[in-house]
Design a protein around this ligand. Sequence first.
Ligand code: FAQ
Length: 328
Amino acid sequence: MYTTELQKSAKPVSLSNEPQELVDAFEARVAADEFIEPKDWMPEAYRKTLIRQISQHAHSEVVGMLPEGNWITRAPSLRRKAVLLAKVQDEGGHGLYLYCAAETLGASREEMIDALHSGRAKYSTIFNYPTLTWADIGAIGWLVDGAAIMNQVPLQRTSYGPYARAMVRVCKEESFHQRQGYEIMMVLANGTPEQREMAQDALNRWWWPSLMMFGPSDENSPNTAQSMRWRIKRDTNDELRQKFVDVTVPQAEFLGLTVPDPDLKWNAERGAYDFGAVDWEEFYAVVRGEGPVARERMLARRKAWDDNRWVREAAAAHEAKRAAKKAA
Ligand code: FAQ
């Protein structure tokens, strides 16, 4: 098990030990859409929620390098290889901005990494699925980065300043990622019958896991109500999932591919697509660490951490020497 069990019950947020006037002033600032900055007073539960969400987000970016990294040596051309390499490096950079944002809240990098490696911290379910063909790299850019953008554009207005500012750059890069994925899908969808089949197969396998990225349905999401009140989240999980479906279905139609959902239907009254039920059993199983390649993912992360210990040690030794020289 690499992820903790979901707590399905609503989490009570206790503000009882905190001075009411500070809580009121904090809530008024949030309600006025002011950014909360690292040195500002904030309720402990707000700090904890942010550390949880930002560190899980950081872990997702870093673990998310693995499925695509798997294809760098097998990309079909030098151009594809260079683009994919740059994309995977971007994801590593996103992880670093996010770890830094969480550090401004008092979390240490070591604690966060340890929580990931010991299975206490979650990371996105999507990265526990294998990348079996080159079309999966197209599908990840198109669908996974597409879902990430849908979720992260509103986070540019999240109430915590360092998280919001990190999201501005992340979103710019994610939109490039989404386009490179869609372009791969366009080439395959307009290619040979085998390539077309490969594109359809990738869509079949990545569609539902992409919808799961938005988290449990609103009625089963213990954090949404409080996070919306604190303007950490600006939209609920179901609102974002619906927006993603509405934007992505016409893109699949343009490719001439079929979304693997027999219940998918345009609802003219709502001005939105109706779609089938997500398999929540599968979602919770993957969250619990039972995803198809969850074990491999954590082994790879732990190995990278151990193999690169010398780099951290060398950097620390260099910094100590520099500080000693400065002090002398
Ligand atoms: N997987 O009450 P909620 C990317 C957890 S970045 C695993 O609804 P919340 C870039 C949740 O954490 C993708 N766990 O929680 C890229 C919570 O945990 P707790 C990551 C999940 O926080 C592209 C519990 O379930 N993006 O893809 C998942 O209000 C390509 C209850 O759920 C972010 O992290 C899940 N899918 O809403 C990289 C965005 N869903 O409290 C490489 C920022 C929920 O039990 C290649 N995060 N959980 O410890 C968010 O917006 C929110 O945290 C949500 C969840 C919407 C993910």
